[in-house]
Design a protein around this ligand. Structure first.
Ligand code: F6P
Length: 340
């Protein structure tokens, strides 16, 4: 019998529910707001009388059967905390079918029939695979500082990461404009340049270099020189770590040194972008998505990413997720140069 199915007897209509048990994990690179999302899932499920299990260490923990009950009190006082109390992993074993079969079995043995995966692009691909290889109902909750899920829009953690980057960039701007130097600021985003675009616009950068668009180094040099002639002191170039075949800032500095005598400085923001208390935007997004995911699971749906591309919650089928949407990015990219 399906969960929630109604059946008729001669006297009554009985609504017979087979208990739904939800397991939830955080996976991949952690992102500020994962805890807020977890809290929302646990509490929303509790209010609907559904049991929740937390999987420790992402897919690695699922393979190793690190699954335990989570109660509303255990997710108290975490909405404001960065990282994830469930921890995360990047699991190589999960890429092999034999380990995925173990992972699925571990859930079934505990009577779990629903899975929520809180994570980025790779983690949601994993969720999609589990859904296809089992009868589990599976949903993804987009959480990554990279914002690398087109159609989905904002991901949990992105706003916080941008604000953290901007705090650093604002400080660098003070010293750059005082000492008249050219500063390269490397931001995260191994496979995706959205952080550099937002940090570039928000930080008033003179240019942004990211892997999605080719940078002509001569044109860039000319652009920097023109800025100086216009009276600007100091210059900030944001570079994505994935640019220059993942050489990021080092690649850019090498290319600029070949053809200019700019007084160059480099700052790599690195993992400070991943930590810290989630912003208000991320806490609200995480809470809304977490609670909506529980409702969606209870309605019997599977294989969706719960998202909020505009103001309304939307559900995007796993199969509709596309790799990248360059036309979306182009507008942002051009704005940086227009406003420099
Ligand atoms: O989570 C995505 C991300 O933040 C990327 O932007 C970055 O390249 C990567 O994680 C770093 O991962 P790790 O912490 O495993 O080195």
């Amino acid at each position: 019998m399906e969960v929630g199915q109604e059946y008729e007897t001669t006297k009554f209509t009985i609504r017979k529910f087979l208990m739904k048990h939800i397991a939830v994990m955080t996976s991949g690179g952690d992102a500020p707001g994962m805890n807020a999302c977890l809290r929302a899932v646990v509490r929303a499920a509790h209010n609907k009388k559904v049991k929740v299990f937390g999987i420790l260490n992402g897919y690695e923990g699922l393979i190793d059967n690190q699954i335990q009950r989570l109660t509303p009190r255990e997710v108290g006082n975490i909405i404001q905390k960065g990282g994830s109390i469930l921890k995360t992993s990047r699991s190589k074993r999960f890429l092999q079918k034999k380990y995925r079969a173990v992972a699925i079995k571990n859930l079934i043995k505990k009577g779990i029939n629903c899975l929520l995966v809180i994570g980025g692009e790779g983690s949601i691909k994993g969720a999609s695979t589990i859904a296809k290889e089992s009868n589990l109902k599976v949903l993804g909750l987009p959480a990554t500082i990279d914002r690398d899920l087109p159609l989905v829009g904002p991901t949990i953690g992105f706003d916080t990461a941008i604000n953290t980057s901007l705090q650093a960039i604002d400080r660098i701007r003070d010293t750059a404009s005082t000492s008249n130097t050219v500063h390269i600021v490397e931001v995260m985003g191994r496979h995706c340049g959205w952080i550099s675009l937002y940090a570039g616009i928000g930080g008033g950068a003179e240019a942004v270099i990211l892997q999605e668009f080719d940078t002509n180094i001569k044109k860039l040099t000319k652009h920097i020189k023109e800025q100086r002639v216009s009276g600007k002191t100091g210059c900030i170039l944001i570079v994505s770590e994935g640019a220059y075949n993942a050489e990021g800032g080092d690649g850019l500095i090498r290319e600029l040194n070949k053809i200019t005598n700019f007084d160059l400085r480099i700052t790599k923001l690195g993992h400070i972008q991943r930590g810290g208390n989630p912003s208000a935007v991320d806490r609200v997004l995480a809470s809304r998505l977490g609670a909506s995911a529980v409702d969606k699971l209870l309605s019997g749906s599977s294989q969706y990413v719960v998202s909020q591309p505009k103001d309304k919650i939307e559900f995007i089928h796993f199969d509709k997720l596309v790799e990248k949407n360059l036309s979306d990015m182009k507008d942002y990219y051009e704005l940086i140069f227009n406003l420099a």
